[in-house]
Design a protein around this ligand. Structure first.
Ligand code: ATP
Length: 366
């Protein structure tokens, strides 16, 4: 019986529990055993009680639960080879030779490094006398399959990451709440949303709520944005709008890559236009809470595909990441997806904003 490990890593995202549920149940349905690895790579490195067999009923009711019930953590030890050596030992001790990981690009890169080093790690475990040759013999290869869990929708080669639509729905709900009070007092609100490197949440929230102005990292505003924003907002007011909503991503910056803080936008609206302006930082309400229907469906379909990918893998198969492209669940190369994601960040750093938008598939934005 094959033993398949499942873990969540990096920032939590709604839908991660749906992934774990699907991987556990699909593994069992395919005649394998499923193991939950708790607290991300911390569980892999520490082993012991943090690696537990999961049965069908252990994940009952998990589809509607927010966050990740098996926990997540940032683990410095796994970044170093001795930490990964410990992780390899713990996997073998538990008889696990396949890992399905739901996390961001960092977590998926880490998993692929473990797979690359696998044979070397096993040799080292034998030469250190931590394990004997008979123990490592059945574990020649480690299969890794990635799924992308991230509220930011910041991974390339997939249309949506698990969690991004739940977060977007929550933001829209919150902006609607602010809208009603803003209109009552004719106020302006600068609403900060998550997204350090990726403006998808800010942009799509702006589109979904009819915001007056959006700031995002990939497409900084024009050089004279202060005047442009003020003239647009005053035009909207003259047309009868009783409220002003500006959405700003955490990573918003100008064309020289200087951060645009919400306070700067607020001061402009207050001082230049005389608007009673408030700042609302949405914070962790965007991250927690129950996943929306789309994320339940996406995590389930991807979890099923992930187990199938484990069972299909040969030693030569490059590590796959499960994606959704044009509404189809597909396998893509994990390394290619991570590389393509870094390309966007590099384009932003090089101030090549048109290329960044093109790579994000969002070159339509004006
Ligand atoms: P998020 O998008 O939420 O930041 P992420 O998966 O990119 O998610 P990271 O903090 O980059 O989050 O990575 C999570 C964990 O994955 C790290 O704490 C570390 O244990 C492991 N990890 C990340 N990058 C590497 C790497 N290059 N080598 C080995 N392990 C890594």
């Amino acid at each position: 019986k094959r033993r398949i490990g499942v873990m969540t890593s990096g920032g939590d995202a709604p839908g991660m529990n749906g992934c774990v549920r699907a991987v556990v149940r699909m593994s069992i349905a395919r005649g394998c055993e499923a193991y939950g690895i708790y607290e991300g790579y911390e569980g892999l490195v520490q082993g012991g009680k943090l690696i537990k067999q999961m049965k069908w009923s252990d994940v009952r009711g998990w589809l509607s639960e927010g966050g990740t019930l098996i926990g997540t953590a940032r683990c410095a030890a796994f970044r170093e080879r001795p930490g990964r050596l410990q992780a390899a030992k713990n996997l073998i001790v538990h008889g696990i030779d396949a890992l399905v990981i739901c996390g961001g690009d960092g977590s998926l890169t880490g998993a692929d490094i473990l797979r690359d080093e696998w044979q070397g790690l096993l040799k080292e475990l034998v030469s250190n006398k931590e394990l004997n040759q008979d123990q490592v013999e059945p574990f020649k290869h480690l299969n890794i399959v990635g799924m992308v869990g991230s509220i930011d929708n910041d991974m390339s080669l997939t249309d949506a990451t698990i969690g991004c639509y739940s977060s977007l729905s929550r933001i829209c709900e919150m902006v609607d709440v602010i809208d009603s009070t803003a209109s009552s007092h004719q106020r302006a609100f600068v609403i900060e949303v998550m997204g350090r490197h990726c403006g998808w949440l800010a942009l799509m929230a702006g589109v979904s709520t009819g915001a007056d102005f959006v700031f995002m990292p990939e497409k900084p505003p024009s050089e004279n944005w202060e005047a442009q924003m003020c003239s647009l907002v005053s035009k909207h007011r003259k047309l009868g709008k009783r409220k002003t909503i500006v959405i700003i991503a955490e990573g918003a910056q100008d064309r020289s890559l200087n951060k645009i803080p919400p306070t700067k936008v607020k001061d402009l609206l207050s001082n230049e236009l005389g608007l009673d302006t408030r700042i609302t930082t949405l914070g962790h309400v965007q991250r927690g809470g129950s996943p929306c229907a789309y994320d339940r469906q996406l995590s389930t379909l991807q979890g099923v595909e992930a187990v199938q990918a484990v069972l299909d893998a040969t030693p030569e198969t490059p590590t796959p990441v499960i994606s959704v492209i044009e509404n189809k669940i597909v396998r893509k190369g994990l390394i290619e997806a991570v590389k393509a994601t870094h390309e966007v960040t590099n384009a932003i750093k090089a101030k090549n904003f048109d290329r960044a938008m093109l790579l994000r598939d969002a070159e339509f934005v004006e």
